[in-house]
Design a protein around this ligand. Structure first.
Ligand code: AP5
Length: 223
């Protein structure tokens, strides 16, 4: 099944996409993670993207699309995928259809994680990320066993540069102005599922899995 997760910064797209991808046995594709990898590796694309990301602005469509097109040329996407962070405007939604039409794929379901602003700010201001494997934690909601150390690979945790209060505010503005219309885009296609996502992470995941089962009850879901 090919699923897009939508929602504002801090809605839990990354957290839920990772868990859902594991349960469904399909790849998790995050444009934010791919961009951060390019920044860390100092690629040309990463150097160009960094100035936008640090300001909380969208990276130009052309750069992100080039990066994503390369990812969809890999064969693992043929058995399904969870896409997180893309599309972020209606132009990207149309571009995505073009990218997917090459290997004969389509989006089956777009899940919108509906989250309140109060929850978003609390989540983003406490987010911690592993510098090696990218695992996601939260200082109070989902703390690591050992302070600032990743449970999975023991590498150091860090706070994302764009999780500063002023940048969070800018990202929310950008989301409301540019990304929110994507919800209507998928609603008009009849594949949008809205889900209240302020609750605890496992409860939200269970609700997403129920939606997957409603869509296709023959789909194999790991425990
Ligand atoms: P990106 O990395 O995609 O960031 P984002 O959309 O702003 O989303 P976040 O990663 O901040 O939030 P999330 O919804 O994934 O929440 P998470 O699961 O981490 O993009 C970053 C930047 O890259 C953009 O600003 C832009 O510059 C650029 N970019 C990326 N894609 C682009 C594109 N397509 N076009 C142009 N530019 C692009 O959760 C947040 C925290 O809350 C974590 O600490 C987590 O542990 C905790 N948490 C999550 N769920 C729960 C829960 N249910 N209960 C309690 N805590 C929770």
């Amino acid at each position: 099944m090919n699923i897009v997760l939508l929602g504002p910064p801090g809605a839990g797209k990354g957290t839920q996409s990772k868990r859902l991808a594991e349960r469904l046995g399909v790849p998790h594709i995050s444009t934010g993670d791919l961009l951060r990898k390019n920044v860390t590796e100092g690629t040309g694309l990463g150097r160009e993207a960094k100035s936008y990301m640090d300001k909380g602005l969208l990276v130009p469509d052309e750069l992100v699309t080039r990066m994503l097109t390369g990812r969809f040329e890999q064969k693992d996407v043929r058995s399904g995928f969870i896409l997180d962070g893309y599309p972020r405007n209606t132009a990207q939604a149309k571009t995505l259809e073009g990218i997917l039409s090459g290997p004969g794929l389509d989006i089956d379901m777009a899940v919108y994680l509906d989250t309140s602003e109060e929850v978003i700010v609390q989540r983003l201001s406490g987010r911690l990320v592993c510098s090696k494997c990218g695992a996601n934690y939260h200082s109070t909601n989902m703390p690591p066993k050992k302070e600032m150390v990743c449970d999975a690979c023991s590498a150091a945790l860090y706070q994302r540069a764009d999780d500063k209060e002023e940048t969070i505010r800018r990202r929310l503005e950008v989301y409301n102005n540019e990304s929110a219309p994507v919800i209507d885009y998928y609603s008009a296609k009849g594949i949008l599922k809205r889900l209240a996502a302020d609750g605890e992470a496992m409860a939200v995941l269970d609700k997403i899995i129920d939606l997957v089962r409603e869509e296709d009850d023959s789909f194999k879901i790991q425990k």
